[in-house]
Design a binder for this molecule. Sequence first.
Ligand code: DSN
Length: 426
Amino acid sequence: MYQDTVVFDLIRKELDRQRNGIELIASENFTSLQVIQAMGTVPTNKYAEGYPGKRYYGGCEVVDEIETLAIERLKKVFNAGWANVQPHSGAQANAAVFLACVKPGDKILGLDLSMGGHLTHGSPANFSGKNYQALFYGVKKETGLVDYDHLEATALKEKPKMIICVASAYSREWDYKRIREVADKIGAVIMADIAHPAGLIAKGLLNDPFDHCHIITSTTHKTLRGPRGGIIMLRHDFENTWGIKDPKGNTRTMSQLLDLAVFPGTQGGPLEHVIAAKAISFGEILTDDFTAYGRQVLANAQAMAKAFVSRGYNLISDGTDNHLMLIDLRNKNLTGKKAQETLDLAHITLNKNSVPFDDKSPFVTSGIRVGVPAITTRGMKETDMETIAAMVDKVLMNIDDEKTISGIKTEVKEFMKQFPLYPELG
Ligand code: DSN
């Protein structure tokens, strides 16, 4: 039989890259080995369009058990009343919510992408900006904090059908209660896309959006530390109070609408091997070890922020409440693009990021986003944040000095030996 060595060699190369580098991309993490193993298993062979007990194919009795387990564990993780674990990604989860809650041409209100929002929250380049009338709120220039007054004024004037909150490059807490008060004044539904802080919310380490926001979506691979994928949840199964009916004119509960919007609305067969891996990661989140992990993420983020501030870096909003920070490099006379590309050479990975009111394009940017979930999984503590900030600073302050950068690359490799990754894989 044909045995592919080329692809497996590349996978091995990627393992080495992950092992030897410092991963500061705020949306990445390292799953447990059992999560990885589950993804390479036989449920990948199974078609299971539908939901447990209501499938369009025979032979689904085992994957029904897997998917039911994933749903029940996820509900327990977030004290949710209902969950759908089938979305292939966060974007797919959000697409399903749009399909269930708003009609093409309806107004939606989300955080501007250039202020920390997400593509699927109304960006003109995305389905959410192409099919709907996207309006945006932002952050205040002086503080870097969400401008809730602007959000409220825009909502009252424009009456969007849906308000979207939580972000991909925002380091502060959210006032979900205030957003709900606004939404209630205009009868809007709130979608909280908690992809970034989900793992911290799950452990009660950040404000809980579930009682204030009608629908919660997330990815499973960021702070939740599971396989790449998406989820949708409700704590309360809201009746349809937004005038949405099914094609036959029947009023449905929100959970029924969302299930239909995932399948058959936006997806076909679910990835049951990934759902198996999701179930495993949800089991891991329910343990005390994950609580300790979440606490360490917060402690590391504080230590990292302090280490950058002490070196003269400007943090948007002057700090962080969660797992990430956004650094404005303009006072260092650097672009985000140059910083990202040069740090890559030293095997320190992060991403360039627009800062609020950026004067540079999204391809260049004035900032970088730094996150600690992945390095915390590697076992790092507060003192290691100081070491990493010092290495990042050395690269950025010697941006065209190849010798210094290559020296840091060697230091990074040596440093990472203390934090083994998947030693079982040899
Ligand atoms: N691309 C993700 C991030 O980096 O935040 C969001 O989907």
